[in-house]
Design a protein around this ligand. Structure first.
Ligand SMILES: NC(=O)c1ccc[n+]([C@@H]2O[C@H](COP(=O)([O-])OP(=O)(O)OC[C@H]3O[C@@H](n4cnc5c(N)ncnc54)[C@H](OP(=O)(O)O)[C@@H]3O)[C@@H](O)[C@H]2O)c1
Length: 302
């Protein structure tokens, strides 16, 4: 079934050397009936309109999966132009080239676009009050994609963890081995998203929309995507130490005791009701996602 529906589909992954981009590359052999191309910044710089349109023209993809982003949240506070060029302006010309090629776009946004709290999980229609340059650039990128009229699946995800690249799990493992004690903020709540689950969910959505014409209109929309459950960074750090048998003591601190250039949302818990209603996806609990990510890191010897 899968091999028929996505047979010979051409998928161009941009930002191929990041956490998520590398996860798609790892998954690609399981979708051997698709034709993937993986472009890092060295091949296709998304800030360069000509570079993007050349890549899309040459490869003639059915889908472009944009994993490229400016993700240095704190650095962005003093590097606004580069952050907006990558996370916002680039979305405009990626969309233009994808639309011209009559292809579809998959793009990733962030829980940071919300920065609001009403006591419930954030839904896609919750107010967006992004604080900080990175958060504002991600919301602007979404807006430019929608305005372009391209067929685009926008997934707002949170707290991305992976065996690739830099993330909280890998930082905690390193610090947990080096230090006896660690302070971690306990008043920011969210859900860690494992790249393998996110990339697999995207592939499932592509297959479902290709298989079922009724689902195709659902592709062109914005959805939250993260696992189930709620956790604070502090409790997540404690659970990482626990699962890895590390002796490092984790102490809770308030955000005010760990000031950062970019303000972080206290509430990053997102409702997945909309994406679950639209597509048939396996959704895991954050604990299962964490365990899988740690097993993956163990296997890689990291
Ligand atoms: N990480 C998180 O916790 C998190 C949370 C919510 C949402 N997201 C979103 O999820 C998506 C994937 O994030 P991630 O964690 O995989 O990010 P990541 O590991 O930082 O990877 C981003 C990739 O984009 C590349 N890139 C940056 N500027 C580029 C350009 N001009 N042209 C081409 N490539 C460029 C980077 O290349 P260089 O290495 O050369 O800079 C890097 O390989 C992003 O849209 C991000 O905003 C992430």
């Amino acid at each position: 079934m899968e091999s028929e529906t996505l047979n010979k589909h051409r998928i161009l992954v941009l930002g191929a050397n990041g956490q998520l981009g590398r996860e798609f590359a790892r998954l690609a052999p399981s979708y051997e009936y698709c034709h993937f191309r993986f472009d890092g910044r060295d091949v296709t710089d998304i800030m360069d309109e000509n570079s993007v349109s050349a890549a899309i023209h040459e490869f003639a993809p059915d889908y472009v999966i944009n994993c490229a982003a400016y993700t240095a949240v704190d650095k962005a506070e003093t590097d606004r132009d580069a952050c907006f060029a990558t996370n916002a302006k680039a979305c405009q010309h990626i969309s233009k080239a994808v639309k011209k090629a009559d292809a579809r776009l998959v793009h990733f946004s962030s829980d940071y676009v919300y920065h609001s709290y009403d006591g419930f999980p954030l839904t896609e229609s919750s107010p967006t009050r992004p604080q900080g340059v990175y958060a504002q650039s991600k919301l602007e990128g979404e807006k430019l994609i929608r305005e372009s009229g391209v067929q685009a699946l926008i997934l707002r995800t949170s707290w991305v963890v992976s065996s690739f690249g830099h993330n909280f799990v890998k930082t905690m493992l390193r610090l947990g081995r080096e230090k006896e004690q660690l302070n971690v903020v306990s008043d920011q709540f969210g859900t860690p998203t494992y790249t393998l689950h996110l990339a697999s969910a995207v592939m499932d959505i592509l297959i479902q929309t290709e298989t079922n014409p009724d689902k195709m209109p659902l592709f062109n929309d914005t959805y939250n995507y993260s696992p189930e459950g709620i956790i604070s960074w502090y409790d997540l750090a404690k659970e990482i130490m626990n699962l890895e048998g590390l002796d490092c003591k984790v102490l809770p601190i308030p955000t005010t005791a760990y000031p950062t250039p970019a303000v972080r949302p206290h509430w990053s818990v997102m409702s997945k009701r909309k994406i679950r209603a639209a597509f048939d996806l396996e959704t895991s609990h954050w604990h299962a996602a964490l365990r899988e990510c740690l097993e993956d890191l163990d296997k890689s010897g990291l």
